[in-house]
Design a protein around this ligand. Structure first.
Ligand code: TYM
Length: 330
C-alpha cells in the first residue's frame, strides 16, 4: 500500500478558540484527515511564551482536545496529543536553536508585533525563540504538509530554511515541509476592526466569535459587526469588512465567495448579516454542544491525550536519535 503523506499542525491552548482558528485550521484538518497520516498537537509549551494562569492552562488543554474531537477529528485517523508530553519537541528545539540564526528570528513579524505591544525588553526569551520550537514540532515528524492560517506563513518559511540548512550541513535528515494555506478562511479579521486579524488574545469580546459562544451571542456579534460604506455585498479592497464577512460565509458553507456574492445581489447588509448569523450560529452549535459533553469526562480526554503522546513518541524518538547522530551526539 502506498504510504500516506504526513500532516502536522497545532494550536495554542491560550485564550478563546475562535472562528479564525476553526476556518483557518481545524475545519481543513477535518476535511483532509482521510487522505493523510495526521498529527495534531496542543502546543502547551508555546502557550508559556506569554504569562498563563497555571490552572487555566490545564483547563484549556482539555478544551482544545475536546474542540478537536467535537469538530470531527477522528482519533482513529489522527494522533492527538500535548506537546509537553513528548519531550523530544523541547530537545529537538535546542538542537535547532543552534542551526537557526539570531538575525532570522529578529525578522519574524509576529515577534516584532507582540514585543512592540508589551515592550521587547520584557518579552520572554521563549517568545523570541518560539518559531524554532514550531520548526522542531514539524521536523520531528518529517511532516510533508502543514495546514495553517496565513499568519503562520513566515514561521513555516523559517522551518523550511532550518530544514534545508540542517540537511546541507549534516546530510539529508529532514523532510522540507510545504505550507497548506487556503484562499478562503486563512485570514479571518476582527468583526469590529477588519484591518486587524481575529485574535485569541483580544481584550474585546465583540471582535471575535468564540467556537464556544452560545448561538444567540454569535448572532448578536454578527449583527453588530462593522460594515463598510455603500450597500453592495461584494468582496472588494475598499470593502474590508464585507469582504471578511463574505469570507466567513464561504468558509462556513464551503462555497466560493463569488457564489455568495451572486446570491446577495440587490440585497442589503441587514439581510446578509442576518443570514450569516444563522450560518455561523448553526454551524458552531453542534461543535459547542459536543465539546461541553466531552468536557464532562476529563479523565477520558486525558486518556486520549496520553495514548496520543505514546503514538507520537514512536515517531519522534527515532527522529531525535538520528538528529543526535548527525550532529555528533550519537
Ligand atoms: P495559533 O494557536 O495562534 O493558531 C492556531 C491556528 O489558527 C490559525 N489562525 C487563523 N486562521 C485564520 N484567521 C485567523 N484570524 C487566525 N488566527 C489564527 C493559525 O494560523 C493556526 O493555524 N504557532 C502556532 C501553533 C503551532 C504550530 C506548530 C502550527 C505550534 N507549532 C506546528 C503548525 C505546525 C500558533 O500560534 O497558532
Amino acid at each position: 500500500m502506498e504510504q500516506k503523506r504526513r500532516v502536522f499542525s497545532g494550536i495554542q491552548p491560550s485564550g478563546n478558540l475562535h472562528l479564525g482558528n476553526y476556518l483557518g485550521a481545524i475545519n481543513n484538518w477535518v476535511r483532509m484527515q482521510e487522505e493523510y497520516d495526521n498529527y495534531f498537537c496542543i502546543v502547551d509549551l508555546h502557550a508559556l511564551t506569554v504569562p498563563q494562569e497555571p490552572e487555566e492552562l490545564s483547563r484549556k488543554v482539555r478544551e482544545v482536545a475536546a474542540v478537536y474531537l467535537a469538530s470531527g477529528l477522528d482519533p482513529e485517523r489522527c494522533v492527538i496529543f500535548r506537546q509537553s508530553r513528548v519531550s523530544e519537541h523541547a530537545e529537538l528545539s535546542w538542537l535547532l536553536n543552534c542551526v537557526a540564526r539570531y538575525g532570522e528570528l529578529s525578522r519574524m513579524t509576529q515577534f516584532k508585533d507582540k514585543a512592540q505591544k508589551g515592550g521587547a525588553e520584557v518579552a520572554s526569551a521563549g517568545l523570541f525563540d518560539y518559531p524554532v520550537l514550531m520548526a522542531a514540532d514539524i521536523l520531528l515528524y518529517n511532516a510533508h504538509a502543514v495546514p495553517v492560517g496565513e499568519d503562520q506563513r513566515q514561521h513555516l518559511e523559517l522551518t523550511r530554511t532550518i530544514a534545508r540548512r540542517f540537511n546541507h550541513d549534516y546530510g539529508e535528515t529532514f523532510v522540507v515541509p510545504e505550507p497548506m494555506i487556503l484562499t478562503t478562511g486563512a485570514r479571518v479579521m476582527s468583526l469590529d476592526e477588519p484591518k486587524e486579524k481575529m485574535s485569541k488574545s483580544s481584550p474585546r469580546p465583540g471582535s471575535y466569535i468564540s467556537i464556544l459562544d452560545e448561538p444567540d451571542k454569535v448572532r448578536k456579534k454578527i449583527r453588530r459587526a462593522k460594515t463598510d460604506s455603500g450597500s453592495e455585498i461584494i468582496a472588494t479592497e475598499d470593502k474590508p469588512a464585507i469582504a471578511n464577512l463574505l469570507g466567513v460565509y464561504a468558509g462556513m458553507t464551503g462555497e466560493k465567495i463569488p457564489e455568495v456574492e451572486r446570491r446577495y445581489e440587490g440585497k442589503g447588509y441587514g439581510d446578509f448579516k442576518k443570514d450569516l448569523g444563522e450560518v455561523v450560529a448553526e454551524g458552531l452549535a453542534p461543535i459547542r454542544e459536543r465539546t461541553l459533553e466531552l468536557l464532562d469526562d476529563p479523565a477520558e480526554l486525558d486518556r486520549l491525550l496520553d495514548a496520543g503522546a505514546e503514538k507520537a513518541r514512536e515517531v519522534a524518538h527515532p527522529n531525535l536519535l538520528r538528529t543526535w547522530e548527525r550532529m555528533g551526539l550519537g
